[in-house]
Design a protein around this ligand. Sequence first.
Ligand SMILES: [Zn+2]
Length: 141
Amino acid sequence: MASSHNTIESFYKAIAEGKLVAGKCRVCNKLLVPPRPLCPHCYSSNFEEVVLKGKGKLLSYTIIHVAPPQFRAMAPYTVGIVELEEGPRILGVIHSPSGRPLKIGQEMTVSFDTNVHPTWPKWPRYFFKPAEDVDSKSWTS
Ligand SMILES: [Zn+2]
């Protein structure tokens, strides 16, 4: 039986608490981010929830100029793929509070935006920013 941990709801619930979590397959040890009810590698539904460090390297990014309606107020914005230290690759919005150009391979740190834009889904969001910018107080100012 699948545990209640490995659902998209539990993923966003953890984000609301400032945690990035993965579902770790107890059969093949693969980490799934976000957690899924079924392991795509071995079809197991036996997971444990693990908290990730939220650090990784920027693999690629793209600037979104034409956004879907719910993100239109944000455009243009940057979306990138970050390879986490634990291995999984995760898609996320990238903020560069310093305004410095992003570099492929640079260290990124996850941050959490619990002050969600009203037109967004109610779930709190995570995003990434360059590790060198982690001291910046806010990406909105
Ligand atoms: Zn598995």
